[in-house]
Design a binder for this molecule. Structure first.
Ligand SMILES: Nc1ncnc2c1ncn2[C@@H]1O[C@H](COP(=O)(O)OP(=O)(O)OP(=O)(O)O)[C@@H](O)[C@H]1O
Ligand SMILES: [Mg+2]
Length: 260
């Protein structure tokens, strides 16, 4: 792997007697799409919380490029190029869709240097990239589940992230919407955003990921290319069952990584 843009070592989160994340090592290189899978309660969301600074690790360390990010706040990590969507989107209901996304621009890489006009431009661009271009002035309550997921992604894009974490971006979507969301994820990566993506729709994860990372009981169970993970006996016993054939339900990437 080329030099990782993020590297976690021995990452651990304890809630009382429960080790939600237990000594996990993880690296990601620029341009990768990594699928993060595992049973309910495996620690996936907590793991992403630790990486993004939403929660502080009990022990272990996190590097962002050359920088020790272990004790940095979510806000500071966002300025360094991290963004994440939440499993359950909670948009600001009394703001328009554009205004919700402007919040992302104001807390992102440009941070305080971004004036309101620049934030509006970044948000408008982010909405277009996320496929919500026509809805800027509408209220968030008109959005479907798919639309709310896209709003979360747009809010992240407005912050101009280098590394984007998506927590179940396909949850609650129908098959057509899943394919559209997978296309969006590929397009974002081809546009230069590195992606870590938690998801339970395993065939969809397998169709889009360069590498799959499996958590179970807070620990890393396996890591590898999609085909390796699908064939892994421990992963099948802990989580997958028989999903191999279902992978064909989702379109493969139209162009290989780095393609036109
Ligand atoms: N704030 C908290 N306080 C106490 N326990 C927590 C807290 N957050 C998560 N947990 C516990 O930590 C474990 C991991 O939870 P987490 O939400 O990270 O799992 P997950 O893999 O994201 O699950 P799911 O697939 O259901 O979203 C679970 O046992 C959960 O109950
Ligand atoms: Mg979760």
């Amino acid at each position: 792997m080329s030099a990782p843009i993020l590297a976690a070592t021995g990452l651990t989160k304890r809630f009382g007697g429960l080790l939600a994340v237990d000594g996990v090592d993880f690296e990601i290189a620029r341009g990768e799409i990594v699928g993060l899978i595992g049973p309910n309660g495996a620690g996936k969301t907590t793991f992403v919380d630790l990486l993004t600074g939403v929660q502080m690790a009990t022990s272990g360390s996190i590097r962002l490029g050359e920088r020790d990010a272990t004790r940095l706040s979510a806000h500071e990590r966002s300025r360094l190029g991290l963004a994440r969507t939440f499993q359950i989107p909670r948009p600001f209901q009394d703001m328009t869709i554009l205004e919700n996304v402007m919040v992302g621009a104001l807390f992102g890489v440009g941070g305080r240097a971004v004036g309101m006009e620049a934030a509006r431009r970044q948000a408008t661009d982010a909405l277009a990239r996320a496929g919500l271009g026509g809805l800027a002035d509408r209220r968030t309550d008109i959005l479907t589940t798919s639309g709310r997921k896209r709003l979360e992604i747009a809010r992240c894009l407005a912050a101009q992230p280098m590394l984007l974490f998506l927590d179940e971006p396909l949850g609650g979507l129908n098959a057509t919407e899943v394919n559209e969301a997978l296309d969006l994820i590929r397009t974002l990566r081809d546009g230069g955003v590195t992606i870590v993506f938690i998801e339970h729709i395993v065939p969809a994860v397998m169709s889009v990921s360069d590498r799959v990372f499996v958590l179970a009981g807070g620990r890393k169970l396996a890591e590898g290319k999609p085909a390796e993970i699908l064939a892994d006996g421990a992963v099948r016993r802990a989580y997958l069952g028989d999903v191999g054939g279902a992978v064909r339900r989702y379109r493969p990437a139209a162009t290989p990584a780095g393609g036109a």
